[in-house]
Design a protein around this ligand. Structure first.
Ligand code: FAD
Length: 394
């Protein structure tokens, strides 16, 4: 464990089972051996490493017996494992963990929670084995934080069919998805519904958002929908209100808190690597007190985030899923991540703005983590609502 997570100074990872550690080690070795040399180039060129999805599929995360030891009848890995899974990939690269997150988290859960028994039986095994790729299409050009009440994409029922019109923005991995769960308002009832869209369908036009300064490896896309015809059989039968969509969002918000923690570890690692090599005034800069104080703060932020994430995982494991705890972890870990990457970027001097030194990638990617899955302010308002009993935003 010390070798796998040397930065876990409070020994939280000791709570993982032997099987889980073995799996995480395999995952970490795979990332390091296959993608280490090319990851910064992929970031610069905005390309997904070839075969990444297939490699992740081969790890068979949803069926790997290493993960179910002692978990009676469970087909779900432990929440502590889920935390360290996200952490480990994020420590390597935040785009890759986001790509997995939209597929295995938001997209997968849209089918799992939103699908009928038949839809779940048909799609979930294919999504879990990565035979089918998916994403999550909720945000619109004019509606991000206020998407709950603001959805403008419409669905009009005509017999056994629905006609969808509108637009989506920021949809991670939409262009590399086979099936897209997409949300639109039923013009008759005014309530949101979920639909399974296929990129090749007539009336669906997907274009990639260019020139992002964060998460360059994961493509984010605009989806334009013009009179797209969807069969009633391709409507996600259990999405009938925004509450149903919110359930999916909350199910994965914890994952973003975990990613933020892993990203902090990645930033610390890149910074430590630099300070032990870079000499100024005749000595490695790691030997200077002001540098060590910043490293200690980065470690402190990370230890706090690991502790907070682990407690969230423990609560979830016990079925104590809590909106406020999740929003607190997302808000605080993303905030501390932003602080940590700025310190790391400062410590690495001019080289810190060059992609080849890794820290620039974490520095930029932190900006996306800060914004998606509920911005800082929106998560603060969730907490504020719990504290005061007054909703300041819905
Ligand atoms: P806005 O909602 O316009 O907010 C702008 C600012 O105003 C923010 O600082 C916000 O906190 C603040 N604000 C808004 N309302 C209030 C208020 N009431 N009080 C105080 N402050 C407020 N969406 C998907 O559906 N699928 C995806 O796969 C996906 N991937 C994404 C990937 C990336 C890299 C990014 C950047 C976004 C992604 N999103 C995705 C969208 C994401 O969820 C939204 O960006 C997010 O919800 C914020 O919406 P917005 O960007 O429109 O900002």
């Amino acid at each position: 464990l010390k070798e796998l997570y040397p930065e876990d100074l409070l020994n939280v990872s000791k709570e993982l089972t032997e099987g889980e550690v073995k799996f995480l080690k395999q995952l970490n070795d795979l990332l390091e051996s296959k993608y280490r040399d090319s990851i910064n180039d992929h970031w610069i060129n905005a390309t997904i490493p070839e075969g990444f999805f297939e490699e992740m599929g081969k790890l068979d995360y949803f069926n790997n017996p290493l993960l179910f030891e002692g978990r009676e009848g469970a087909r779900m890995a432990s929440q502590m494992f889920q935390f360290f899974l996200s952490y480990t990939v994020a420590r390597f690269d935040v785009s890759l963990v986001t790509l997995l997150g939209v597929h295995q988290g938001l997209g997968h859960n849209a089918f799992l929670f939103g699908g009928s028994k038949e839809q779940v039986a048909h799609y979930i095994p294919k999504l879990q084995s990565h035979e089918l790729r998916t994403c999550f299409a909720l945000t619109e050009p004019e509606h991000g934080s206020d998407v709950a009440g603001g959805l403008e994409t419409t669905a009009k029922r005509e017999g056994d069919k629905w006609i969808i019109n509108g637009a989506k923005k920021w949809i991670g991995g939409a262009n590399v998805s086979d099936v897209i769960p997409l949300f639109a308002v039923d013009v008759e009832t005014g309530k949101p519904k979920g639909f399974i869209i296929r990129p090749e369908q007539e009336g669906v036009d997907i274009d990639i958002i260019e020139n992002k300064i964060a998460l360059r490896i994961i493509p984010n896309a605009n989806i334009h929908l013009k009179d797209v015809v969807v069969e009633e059989a391709d409507r996600l039968q259990n999405i009938n209100s925004f509450k149903d969509i919110a359930k999916i969002l909350y199910s994965t918000r914890a994952g973003v808190a975990y990613m933020a923690t892993g990203a902090m570890a990645g930033a610390l690692r890149a910074t430590l690597d630099y300070v032990t090599k870079r000499k100024q005034f005749g000595k490695e800069i790691s030997k200077y007190q002001l540098i060590q104080e910043k490293l200690a703060m980065m470690q402190g932020n990370l230890s706090q985030a690991i502790t907070l994430s682990a407690q969230l995982a423990r609560m979830q494991e016990k079925g104590e899923y809590d909106e406020v705890a999740t929003s607190t972890a997302k808000m605080m870990n993303a905030l501390r991540l932003r602080e940590s990457v700025a310190m790391g970027r400062g410590i690495t001097g001019g080289n810190g703005i060059l992609a080849e030194y890794d820290i620039a990638r974490f520095f930029s990617d932190a900006e996306a983590v800060y914004t998606y899955e509920g911005t800082h302010e929106i998560n603060a308002l969730v907490i504020g609502r719990a504290l005061t009993g007054d909703s300041a935003f819905i």
